[in-house]
Design a protein around this ligand. Structure first.
Ligand code: A2P
Length: 285
């Protein structure tokens, strides 16, 4: 079974969930329904910008899993930052999702050039106060972004969701998060889509076929994807591998019957290249 992480406000969050970035609305609906009804997932991660919140909402309804048994995350898009715009965007997300609360609401990018991070955070604090988001947090924050929120806000973010995989293990931000009681969540935990998803086919996913991960997986009868997901879990990270394929959705949650050794961890640590597949948060306007 998937263990829970207890967030800094006491809310429990399943450590593994289904990501749906780049899934068109109908594929997201089918993947969410299958993950909940057939594969045992209880945690779904979407965002306004994915354009599939309606599909996620329908997938939840069609699964027949009670809403209160599901941990649902969505994210505020960059163009909606600012206090009032955030409140409006949140209402619109709830409407598309067909629910009256989310479990976690995240600010998608800090967008330092806009200078609205703190005002936006205050709107999330208001939403949390109303109980319409059980927890609030951020994405793609470096320590210096988080520090602004810690200095000027009154709620410490529960979660910081960042790009994190064996090529880009984010030691510094993880250490900062941990020291402030913020849970770290990994996006592109398998190293991203085959063409990076950022329109840059010069950055193919080299982790899903990495010989080191194949060698480790062979010892346990597991795939490189499962080895990586297990690595996130044993590192105490929250992990949301994306797939729209039923066999992979099942495979990605089948990681609770083996354990990595110290040598496995050393071999995976050697895959650190310092290379992101996504944007640098300070450069994304
Ligand atoms: P698909 O939806 O076609 O299965 P991320 O690191 O962002 O979570 O991306 C994972 C990428 O790898 C997605 O493009 C997903 O595509 C694919 N994928 C997900 N799970 C597996 C798996 N178990 N084996 C191989 N590829 C996978």
């Amino acid at each position: 079974d998937v263990p829970d992480i207890t967030l800094n406000n006491g809310v429990k969050m399943p450590q593994l969930g289904l990501g749906v970035w780049q899934a068109p609305v109908d594929e997201a609906e089918a993947a969410v329904r299958f993950a909940l009804a057939d594969a045992g997932y209880r945690h779904i991660d979407t965002a306004r910008i994915y354009g599939n919140e309606e599909g996620v909402g329908r997938g939840i309804k069609n699964s027949s899993v009670p809403r209160e048994d599901i941990f649902l995350t969505t994210k505020l898009w960059n163009a909606d930052q600012g206090y009032d715009a955030t409140l409006r965007a949140f209402d619109a997300s709830l409407k598309r999702l067909g629910t009256d609360y989310v479990d976690l609401y995240l600010i998608h990018w800090p967008v330092p050039s806009a200078g609205k991070l703190v005002d936006t955070w205050k709107a999330l604090e208001h939403i949390a106060g109303e109980g319409r988001a059980k927890a609030i947090g951020v994405c793609n924050n470096k320590p210096h972004h988080l520090q602004q929120i810690l200095d000027e806000g009154s709620i410490v973010p529960a979660v910081n969701q960042i790009e994190l995989h064996p090529h880009f293990p984010q030691y510094l931000t993880r250490a900062f998060d941990t020291s402030r009681g913020i849970a770290t969540e990994s996006w592109s935990p398998l190293g991203g889509t085959s063409n990076s998803g950022w329109g840059d086919s010069s950055k193919p996913n080299t982790l899903l076929t990495a010989p080191e991960l194949q060698r480790i997986g062979a010892k346990y009868g597991k795939s490189p994807a499962q080895v990586m997901i297990r690595w996130h879990i044993e590192n105490g990270l929250i992990v949301i591998p994306k797939s729209v394929h039923e066999a992979r959705i099942r495979q990605n949650i089948d990681v609770f019957d083996f354990q990595l050794t110290g040598e496995d961890f050393e071999a995976i640590a050697a895959l650190d290249t310092g290379q992101r597949v996504g944007a640098d948060p300070d450069e994304l306007a």
